[in-house]
Design a protein around this ligand. Sequence first.
Ligand code: GLU
Length: 305
Amino acid sequence: MDLQIILEEIYKEVQPFISHGKVADYIPKLAAVPLEKFGMAIQTLDGDLFTIGDAVENFSIQSISKAYTLTLALQFIGEDRLWKRVGREPSGNPFNSLVQLEYENGIPRNPFINAGALVLVDIILSNSKNPSQTLLDYVRQRSDNPGIDFDAEVAASEKKTGFRNSALANFLKSFGNLENNVDSVLDAYFHQCSLSMNCIDLAKSFMMLANHGLSPWSGKQVLTESQAKRINSLMLTCGTYDAVGDFAYRVGLPGKSGVGGGIAAFVPGKLSVCVWSPGLNSYGNSLAGTLALELLTTKTGMSIF
Ligand code: GLU
């Protein structure tokens, strides 16, 4: 099976759908991203890298970063303590919902909604003096790219418009589920959303999840095999907003999406893939990106099922 040819087929087949999505417009820098961008990168466990389109162009990874905060927080405090503060169920609600947090007493449904990510950031903050730098170092190592950085303009806009995230953080604090002060947690959260990376960086960074916890670039067992399996399960059930059932049905792989239009997904034991197309569907997932991943699993017959 030639994955380069498959990428070329996918690239052609998604073209008519690229303009059907809508670019996120809650901050100016995301609103300005051209709708017609499309990139995809596949990194295999055998060491091959395949790319197409705008795979080397940086974009705002937004909520994909929540997968890094989860793995990092897990390394700091372990499973028992972490799962006392965050749940493991799909939310069935928008990623920034306040209502659910109120009636579930400040325990976010899962680590991939905003409230869950704020708790994870709080854990990192309690265990590191400079949480943003700690996260940045971690992502650079996982991607094998020391040039990765935050986008200061995006981080500043997130802060300026982050009223709902600020409400969530204050809510969490009122329930006693934040140890640190609200402003520090929000600052680290807005920075993680602003990480600027390309499809290759992302595909390489998530090799740790495709490769049973072992990051091939550092040779480091970042997660135990069991932790990697469990995080993959969570990504399958909670990683793509309130459309996770549809994504699992169509793509059949664990993955994490962001409103910047990126989606990272993996076939455990085989490959890690990232697609970027900034036009989103009504749930906030990349429209052409979801289709591209669906085509990938259909054409290759690769599946976890
Ligand atoms: N910066 C966005 C927020 O915190 C992230 C959205 C996303 O990618 O889910 O609301």
